[in-house]
Design a binder for this molecule. Structure first.
Ligand code: ADP
Ligand code: ASP
Ligand code: MG
Length: 248
């Protein structure tokens, strides 16, 4: 089935690590998703690993080996997002919502073989579209895919943003929302610069420049991808209902 045959517009909602860091925050994410579904949209949510899980997995690996095989490191790191996707899907089931979680490979995310910095080559969203056609909420693990040898790959630190934008492009989503621990994109990192102001709207080029200068609020590659496929992006708070920043 082609995503254009679905009966409702699709919204992609990406929840970053701090926004799914505890069971209470996972419940919060589930509530936001239910609200969106009730407003008449198909929802695909993309999740990061809980809190500092990725860092903890990395230090565990270093306790075992100074030079872990790239392949095994990606298998290990991918587990962080797998944990989040299953828990968020369970939280949705608790609320009586049909939801189905997908790893990157189950979601059809094909990458090159560059472990820990893989690039998405193509997405085959068939299984995701079938789930949406059954009115299921799709919960996709961010930051991961599989290469042509069916090996698990990861997309580089902060890469869940890129998973979200790439899936939004593949599905022709009406909106890709990046829900995070700040209320939008600011003129500078609001945690460092006193008096940084929130920006209401900006263009892809300006956002790309900010990301390249180190504004980690969006993974640089996600902005490039959004520009290439003209995916409308909104960066907003995962816990407050404030307007956020629109990038288009
Ligand atoms: P997530 O886990 O949701 O992906 P990140 O930590 O990757 O969140 O990105 C959000 C963080 O980006 C904010 O907490 C903030 O400290 C930082 N940041 C850096 N530059 C900016 C900016 N210009 N505007 C907003 N946030 C910024
Ligand atoms: N969990 C991964 C990281 O910590 C990916 C992400 O959060 O976007 O980098
Ligand atoms: Mg991030």
């Amino acid at each position: 089935m082609n995503p254009t045959e679905l009966k409702k517009p699709i919204h992609v909602m990406k929840f970053g690590g701090t926004s799914v860091a505890s069971p209470a925050l996972i419940q919060n994410a589930a509530n936001r998703i239910v609200e969106r579904q009730n407003s008449g949209f198909h929802v695909v949510c993309v999740v990061s690993a809980m809190g500092d899980t990725t860092d903890r997995l990395l230090s565990l690996a270093r306790e075992i080996s100074n030079d872990p095989p790239d392949r095994e490191l990606d298998v290990l790191l991918s587990a962080g997002e797998v944990q989040s996707m299953a828990l968020l899907s369970m939280a949705l089931h608790e609320k009586g919502i049909a939801a189905r979680s997908f790893t990157g490979s189950q979601g059809g995310i094909l990458t090159d073989a560059q472990h820990s910095e893989a690039k998405i080559l193509r997405i085959d969203p068939d299984r995701i579209v079938s789930a949406l056609a059954k009115d299921e909420v799709v919960v996709l693990a961010g930051f991961q895919g599989q290469d042509e040898q069916d090996e698990i790959t990861t997309l580089g630190r902060g890469g869940s943003d890129t998973s979200a934008v790439a899936m939004a492009a593949a599905l022709g989503a009406e909106l890709c929302e990046i829900l995070t621990d700040v209320s939008g994109v600011f003129t500078a990192d609001p945690r460092i610069v006193d008096g940084a102001r929130q920006i209401t709207a900006l263009g892809y080029d300006e956002m790309l420049e900010m990301a390249n200068l180190g504004a980690r609020v969006l993974h640089g590659r996600s902005v490039e991808m959004a520009r290439r496929f003209q995916v409308p992006l909104v960066v907003a708070s995962a816990t407050q209902s404030t307007p956020g920043t629109r990038i288009s």
